[in-house]
Design a protein around this ligand. Structure first.
Ligand code: 1CP
Length: 354
């Protein structure tokens, strides 16, 4: 895998970027920073190009995907950009009838509840997501030394949307299937893991410099249930990309009790939300893994001196890890003043310069 890894690294113009180096725990001149959901509703230029275009349609238009992905790079000077897409894009491409409704999120026409329902979830082929391949190939040369991050939803988080039929606060139906029909649960997650792995392989082949696996809702599980019902499927995805030559980031929300297990699943970088200080997180994920995070997105609504104090605290706590990628603990909220984000980028660079 070393040969494979170094060959792949050569093809990627951003392979020696500050962001990729931090993911690998290598020395960096300053701490790199990007924001989850940085391309989106906080930006007037985003609202303008999205006007009248439904979310899923926007995700399927490579020219729009490229423009929206680049907007926060131009505006904020971030050290990486995440591809504009959504975690439900590959499951829609694999045959599930769903839509992303404004103000709600993903809504599935017929939720998956039985063995027979599983047949509607096909295998994903690269041809099903050719527009994603095309968007990445447009973006990579344009971005040059700025890394593009590919992403996918992890099996548990995707399963939650498919089983519930939409966003859920408790994930009650999902957990009912997990505990009550474990064979069906593992069959569903096995299929989702294959779809996710194929979707990430398409993005890696097209040239992304890193990948992030979003298991946003895994934090609702205990460590024991996570290890039994979820970890094997996420590990299949992450380990399937070992030797692909790109760092793998693994993120979830409210995962203090899962951080050790999430690291064991095979990530190079563990994403942490604001509830767990990064030095505590490092003690849990181990000294051989980088961390990403973890400013509370709501801090951006506080007076600037508070923002500054919190950014400096996160940077200080991040020094415990072999590598730190500065980010929020979750996505940018739509009401965020984009000028505060630009100031945070400058502050992170200045305050971390070595
Ligand atoms: O019409 C719109 O503009 C809809 C808003 C929107 C946007 C801008 C959705 C619906 N998705 C996205 C883009 C998106 N989604 C990106 C790329 C943009 C960027 O990050 O810069 C990414 C990485 C995602 C990933 C995503 N979608 C996650 C994982 C990250 C997270 O927030 O935890 C999840 C859980 C989703 C589902 C989803 N899609 C959209 C919404 C509103 C939701 C959440 C719904 C819920 O609460 O369950």
């Amino acid at each position: 895998t070393t040969m494979e890894g170094s060959a792949a690294r050569h093809e990627r113009p951003a392979a020696d970027s500050v962001f990729v180096r931090a993911c690998r725990g290598l020395p960096v001149p300053y701490t790199p920073v990007w924001f989850m959901r940085q391309a989106g509703r906080s930006l007037p230029e985003y609202r303008k190009v999205r006007a009248g275009i439904p979310m899923l349609e926007a995700c399927r238009r490579p020219d729009l995907v490229a423009e929206i992905t680049l907007q926060p790079v131009r505006r904020h000077g971030v050290d990486a950009a995440i591809l504009f897409s959504d975690i439900v894009v590959p499951v829609a491409a694999a045959g599930i009838d769903l839509d992303i409704e404004p103000g709600t999120g993903p809504v599935v026409a017929e939720p998956i509840r039985t063995e027979a329902d599983l047949d509607r979830l096909r295998r994903l082929t690269p041809a099903d997501v050719s527009y994603v391949d095309e968007a990445v190939r447009l973006l990579v040369p344009e971005m040059g030394a700025i890394p593009l991050i590919g992403f996918a939803g992890a099996p548990f988080t995707l399963a939650s949307y498919l089983v519930e039929g939409g966003p859920s606060r408790t994930h009650a139906k999902t957990k009912a299937m997990m505990w009550g029909q474990p064979e069906l649960w593992h069959a569903l997650c096995g299929r989702l893991a294959e779809i996710t792995l194929e979707f990430l392989r398409v993005q890696v082949a097209a040239g992304v410099s890193a990948v992030q696996l979003f298991d946003s809702w895994a934090g609702t599980l205990s460590d024991a249930d996570y290890r039994r019902f979820v970890l094997p499927h996420s590990a299949h995805v992450l380990k399937g990309l070992r030797g692909a030559g790109v760092p793998r980031i693994h993120f979830g929300l409210g995962t203090a009790q899962l951080l050790t297990a999430m690291g064991e699943a095979g990530a190079d970088v563990v994403g942490v939300d604001w509830r767990t200080p990064l030095d505590t997180a490092t003690a849990l994920v181990g000294p051989d893994r980088a961390v990403q995070g973890n400013l509370d997105p709501c801090v951006l609504f506080a007076p600037w001196p508070v923002v500054e104090r919190e950014v400096r605290r996160v940077l200080a706590e991040g020094r415990a890890a072999p590598g730190h990628v500065f980010n929020l603990g979750h996505g940018v909220l739509p009401e965020t003043d984009p000028e505060v984000l630009t100031r945070v980028v400058a502050l992170v660079h200045e305050a971390s310069a070595r």
